[in-house]
Ligand binder design. Structure first.
Ligand code: PRP
Length: 176
């Protein structure tokens, strides 16, 4: 990845501004409620850290990790929970925090899995929504940025585990 050209898509300033707005949207939606924020590892860890600090309501946090089996950058649809939450979410208001919705397969699986545990409510906040790439219909309740195709790294997002540390979100250009 170091040798690939990349250009800034969302600057750290733009991200900061949008995350503050999202914090306000989420806070308004959950006023006075019992919020549990569940981050999807690994990609969502930076976004979630910023988002919860932009909330003006208290929350508890937990994490899941999912493995999707497929080739290269595509998920195959075969998804497994490899790290579960440690929180009882029955009767709670749950917000899943994800870095990217792409085909929609990962979140469709996770929502169904968590819904079976009878939360009071279950919503999804995605940092980036690649709407055009869906294989299954999926709508996130809160979205930071919407983009078309293109491979992005930074702000937690990786390309083959590289680039998560970058403070801006950058698009990778295929040609060197
Ligand atoms: C990415 C992303 C989502 C999923 C979205 O995870 O973080 O979890 O893919 O894809 P989908 O909508 O096509 O299912 P990845 O497997 O790259 O793991 P990571 O978060 O550890 O980088």
């Amino acid at each position: 990845m170091e040798t690939m050209r990349k250009s800034v898509l969302y600057s750290r300033e733009a991200i900061r501004g949008r995350v503050l707005e999202l914090g306000e949207e989420v806070s308004s939606a959950y006023e006075g409620q019992n919020l549990v924020v569940i981050g999807v590892l690994k990609g969502a860890f930076i976004f979630m850290a910023d988002l919860i600090r932009a909330l003006r309501i208290p929350c508890r946090i937990d994490f899941v990790r999912l493995a999707s089996y497929g080739s290269g950058t595509e998920t195959s649809g075969r998804i497994e929970l490899t790290k579960d939450i440690e929180t009882d979410i029955a009767g709670k208001d749950v917000l899943i925090v994800e870095d990217i919705v792409d085909t929609g397969l990962t979140l469709t699986y996770l929502v169904e899995n968590l819904q079976a545990r009878s939360p009071r409510s279950l919503k999804v906040c995605a940092f980036i929504d690649k709407k055009l790439r869906r294989k299954v219909p999926f709508e996130a309740d809160f979205v930071g940025f919407t983009m078309d195709d293109g491979f992005v790294v930074g702000y937690g997002l990786d390309f083959d585990e590289q680039g998560r540390f970058l403070p801006d979100v950058c698009v990778l250009n295929a040609e060197k």
